[in-house]
Design a protein around this ligand. Structure first.
Ligand SMILES: Nc1ncnc2c1ncn2[C@@H]1O[C@H](COP(=O)(O)OP(=O)(O)OP(=O)(O)O)[C@@H](O)[C@H]1O
Length: 272
């Protein structure tokens, strides 16, 4: 492992608890430890409701752990993580702004002159394949196109860390794969540290350098950590067809399946 400063995100025995409406305390995550190196792509997979978004929110500085800590590039995280860009499942686009204005806004807020912000926003729209859609409002774009604008909106600020919470969740299977390939292209060109939450193990293996599995909650924590030694550059259509992919998938699923079943049981849902 490199020095602490080359570790983009270090969660050290982080525990997160919520006060429920009836006053009880629910410990969602307990003593979760995870490192993401600078430039590394790590995917978190786990049963529904286990605490994946909670961990991401700790890394974003949106939630403070009740014990343990989050360190960013070697320093303690206090307040919002200014090194991170965040992409959620839901669109975060302003409906009253055009695509180009949605992309430019992050620069404008931080004082970049409007003409320069627009020129750079147009460059990012070109990069994500939406150069001709600059003047469209979000409601005039497809779900996949809105995700592309969202990616451009985050990447234009050049964050060192990308926090992604099921970013392609609402998209159809084909568009998800196309977006996955676009993300990999952008990531290999710009090499951010990525923490990517997904419930989809195939997506996690196809994209990531490491796949991390969380246990079912309450008191969820990291129970497995696999290095994905598949070659890059990857095409996520093709990589899923390889023997190495299937072997790794079977191995990780052997652990994940048990947690998924526990997760359903604990949520009181019937499983056949
Ligand atoms: N503000 C809150 N108050 C109380 N409980 C919460 C709160 N936020 C999350 N939880 C609970 O903490 C647990 C973890 O939630 P979280 O959203 O992190 O799970 P997740 O793994 O991202 O779920 P999913 O895969 O379904 O999106 C869940 O049981 C959830 O009900």
């Amino acid at each position: 492992m490199g020095g602490e400063a080359s570790t983009a995100i270090a969660l050290r025995e982080a525990s997160v608890a919520f006060r429920l409406a009836d006053g009880r305390i629910y410990t969602a995550v307990e003593k979760a430890s995870l490192d993401v190196a600078d430039g590394e792509f790590v995917a978190i997979v786990g049963p529904t409701g286990c605490g994946k978004s909670t961990l991401l929110n700790v890394a974003a500085g949106l939630l403070r752990p009740v014990s343990g800590e989050a360190r960013i590039f070697g320093g303690p995280l206090a307040g919002l993580n200014a090194d991170a860009g965040y992409l959620f499942q839901a669109d975060a686009l302003f409906p009253w702004k055009t695509a180009i204005d949605n992309v430019a806004i992050g620069l404008e807020i931080s004082g970049t002159p409007r003409a320069e912000a627009l020129a750079r926003a147009q460059g990012w729209l070109d990069t994500v394949g939406l150069g001709a859609f600059a003047g469209r409002y979000p409601h005039m774009l497809s779900g996949g196109q809105r995700k592309r604008v969202g990616l451009a909106q985050v990447l234009i600020r050049d964050p060192k860390i990308l926090l992604m919470d099921e970013p392609f969740g609402p998209l159809d299977a084909q568009t998800r794969q196309i977006m996955g390939n676009l993300l990999l292209q952008l990531w290999s060109a710009h090499r951010k540290a990525v923490l990517f939450v997904t419930h989809d193990l195939e997506e996690a293996i196809a994209l990531a350098d490491r796949v991390v599995i969380m246990s079912a909650g309450p008191s969820a924590h990291i129970i497995g950590d696999w290095r994905v030694a598949l070659p890059r550059p990857r095409d996520i259509f093709e990589i899923r067809l390889t023997h190495e992919f299937h072997t790794l998938h079977r191995e990780i699923w052997g652990v994940l399946r048990d947690e998924v079943m526990k997760g359903y049981a604990q949520a009181g849902q019937a499983v056949a």
